[in-house]
Design a protein around this ligand. Structure first.
Ligand code: ACO
Length: 322
């Protein structure tokens, strides 16, 4: 049995750190409000001219180093992003050229659920024998699609990139249960108006800005995240009691806390980076994975569940045993 095992993690954050208090200069908000409602304290913003692919290349290189895998051994690169450099080519092919890997590369777009979708795709490529090693990257520059006059959204998002290397493992004996054990993907396009960008190539020929009905998104998030995590765990023959770490999409501390509560998982088994990164959309889970890995949080045999929801609505989860 072929499994996709986690071999390494890496991340990159742009140099500029923006504390909550900076927003007080241009919108009617406060550090207290942002912390209390979202758990966010600061976020990183890309420098002028710094592109999503630049962040992705740094994160991808770091993950390859951490995995001890040379670029030439990568069969596929998948980048999850909703903020690509250009309409085409994909960010993934830009990363491929920069890192000098072979194989094939493509982007996946499922907004904040993008990394979970990319992991499910990478897993399918590995399990079906179409790749042995896949570099999966989540990279975003949401600062490029903010409405800086909308205090209900512009304080919530940040820029960054995280990456993982997945490698085939021929499961046998003790190995049979290592790697990605299950995935669960969902979407419901009828919720389009809850969270979208009001521009694009075939509509306005502009990049547009993010528009969100925050309260409604919040309600769906709490309801759907615990459900998808439990579904994926069920497919793996596990329950929430078996979870060593929840690695959630880092949108809002209140969503993360409520989801963990619903699952009956205590907060000391939840990886939290939202306070330092804000919501980096598809980058948030691989960023959290890489930060936690660098802090030495993970041990062999740990069971990780990653869960995310975002525009679409699209949501899903991945269960992985280290
Ligand atoms: N500073 C100060 N006041 C603000 C701000 C701000 N930045 N933003 C909104 N307010 C005001 C509102 O105008 C409102 O004032 P009013 O009562 O006079 O109308 C008041 O604060 C309360 O606003 P609510 O929208 O009711 O606040 P809520 O508790 O719902 O929190 C938030 C808003 C943080 C957006 C919340 O709804 C949320 O987190 N939703 C989830 C959205 C999310 O995380 N989306 C990310 C993308 S999808 C995903 O990744 C899951």
């Amino acid at each position: 049995i072929r499994r996709a095992a986690l071999k390494g993690t890496g991340h990159y954050l742009p140099a500029r750190v923006v504390e909550n208090s900076e927003f007080e200069k241009w919108v009617d908000t406060s550090d207290e409000w942002i912390r209390a409602r979202s758990g966010i304290e600061r976020r990183h913003f890309a420098a002028e001219g710094e592109k999503t692919s630049d962040l992705a290349v740094h994160a991808g290189r770091a993950a390859l180093e951490n995995a001890g895998i040379s670029a030439g051994d990568v069969d596929a690169i998948i980048v999850a992003t909703s903020t690509p450099d250009y309409t085409f080519p994909s960010v993934a092919t830009v990363v491929q050229a920069a890192l000098k890997t072979g194989g094939y590369a493509f982007d996946v777009q499922a907004v904040c659920a993008g990394f979970v979708y990319a992991m499910a795709n990478a897993n399918a490529l590995i399990v079906s024998g179409q790749a042995d090693r896949v570099l999966v990257i989540g990279a975003e520059t949401f600062s490029r699609i903010m409405n800086w006059e909308d205090r209900t959204t512009c304080v919530l998002f940040g820029d960054g990139a995280g990456a993982v290397v997945l490698e085939v493992q021929e499961g046998a004996g003790d190995n049979a249960d290592t790697g990605i054990l299950a995935t669960d993907l969902n979407s419901d396009g009828t919720y389009r108006d809850l969270l979208y960008v009001d521009g694009g190539v075939s509509s306005t020929q502009t990049a547009g800005v993010l528009v969100m009905q925050g309260k409604e998104v919040f309600r769906h998030a709490v309801e759907k995240l615990a459900a998808t995590a439990e579904t994926a765990l069920g497919k793996a023959g596990l329950t929430a009691d078996d979870v060593t770490w929840i690695v959630p999409h880092q949108a809002n501390l209140r969503i993360i806390t409520r989801t963990a509560q619903k699952m009956g998982v205590p907060m000391d088994r939840v990886v939290l980076t939202v306070q330092d990164h804000g919501n980096t959309s598809a980058a948030s889970i691989p960023l959290a994975l890489s930060v936690a890995n660098a802090e030495g949080k993970f041990k062999p045999d740990d069971v990780l569940v990653m869960e995310a929801i975002g525009g679409g609505l699209a949501w899903g989860s991945v269960v992985l045993r280290l």
